[in-house]
Design a protein around this ligand. Structure first.
Ligand code: B4P
Length: 191
C-alpha cells in the first residue's frame, strides 16, 4: 500500500497537488479540511463544534479529527491501494495516533511530502482564494495569519517527527503547479 502525507502550511498547495497525485497513483484522498467542511455544510453536531475553531483560524481539537480519520480508514481500507493524507496529521498527538492506527493495520506511511512556501505568498494565495471560494477562513487576513501561527507552533514540529523516521521530503512549493507536481512525483518514485 502506498500511503503518503501531504504536509505544509495553509495555502501551500496541499489540496491543489493532492488532486494530481490521486489521479496518478490511484490513491484514496483523506482531507480533514474537506471532511470538516462537509460536516459544517450538513450542520452536524461535529461540524458545528469544528466551525467555532475554524472560523477563528484555530486547529480543531485532536480527539475530533483523530476519530474522524480512524472511521474513514475503517470504512475504506479494504478497497484502496493507498491513502493520501492531506492536512492530517497537524499536531504531534495526531501523528502518534496515525502511526498507531496504521501500525495496527500494518500499512505504514511511506513518505511525507512537505511543501515549503513563504508566509507572504501563503497570505496572498489564501486571500485570492477567499474572493471566490466562499470560505470565511480565507477572507480575513488576521485569521489567515492566525492559521500560520497555529502551523508554526503546533504543526511544524510534526516535520521533525517524520524526519526522525527518514520519511520527510522537502519540496519547494513556489512556482507553477506543474513544476511542483513533477517534483512531488519524483520524490514519490525515487528512493
Ligand atoms: P485545510 O482544508 O487543510 O486547508 P488549508 O490548509 O487552508 O489549504 P491547502 O494547503 O489545502 O490549500 P491549497 O494550498 O491547495 O484546513 C482548513 C482548516 O480546517 C484549518 O485551518 C483547521 O481549522 C481545520 N483543520 C483541517 N485539518 C485539521 C486537523 N488535522 N487538525 C485540526 N484542525 C484541522 O490552496 C490555496 C490556494 O493557493 C488556492 O487558491 C490555490 O489555487 C493556490 N495555489 C496552489 N498552488 C499554487 C501555486 N503553485 N501557485 C500559485 N497559487 C497556488
Amino acid at each position: 500500500m502506498l500511503n503518503l502525507i501531504l504536509f505544509g502550511p495553509p495555502g501551500s498547495g496541499k489540496g491543489t497537488q493532492a488532486e494530481g497525485l490521486i489521479n496518478k497513483f490511484k490513491l484514496q484522498h483523506l482531507s480533514t479540511g474537506d471532511i470538516l467542511r462537509n460536516e459544517i455544510a450538513r450542520s452536524t453536531a461535529l461540524g458545528m463544534e469544528a466551525k467555532k475553531f475554524m472560523d477563528k483560524g484555530l486547529l480543531v481539537p485532536d480527539e475530533v479529527v483523530i476519530g474522524m480519520i480512524s472511521s474513514k480508514i475503517d470504512e475504506t481500507v479494504e478497497q484502496v491501494k493507498g491513502y493520501i493524507f492531506d492536512g492530517f496529521p497537524r499536531t504531534i498527538p495526531q501523528a502518534e495516533a496515525l502511526d498507531k492506527l496504521l501500525q495496527f493495520k500494518q500499512i505504514p506511511i511511506k513518505k511525507v511530502l512537505s511543501l515549503e512556501v513563504s508566509e507572504e505568498e501563503l497570505v496572498k494565495r489564501l486571500l485570492g482564494r477567499g474572493t471566490t471560494s466562499g470560505r470565511s477562513d480565507d477572507q480575513d487576513e488576521s485569521i489567515i495569519r492566525q492559521r500560520v501561527v497555529e502551523y508554526r507552533s503546533k504543526t511544524a514540529p510534526v516535520a521533525d517527527f517524520y524526519a526522525k523516521q527518514n520519511k520527510l521530503h522537502a519540496i519547494k512549493g513556489e512556482g507553477s503547479v506543474e513544476t511542483i507536481f513533477t517534483a512531488l512525483c519524483n520524490a514519490v518514485e525515487n528512493n
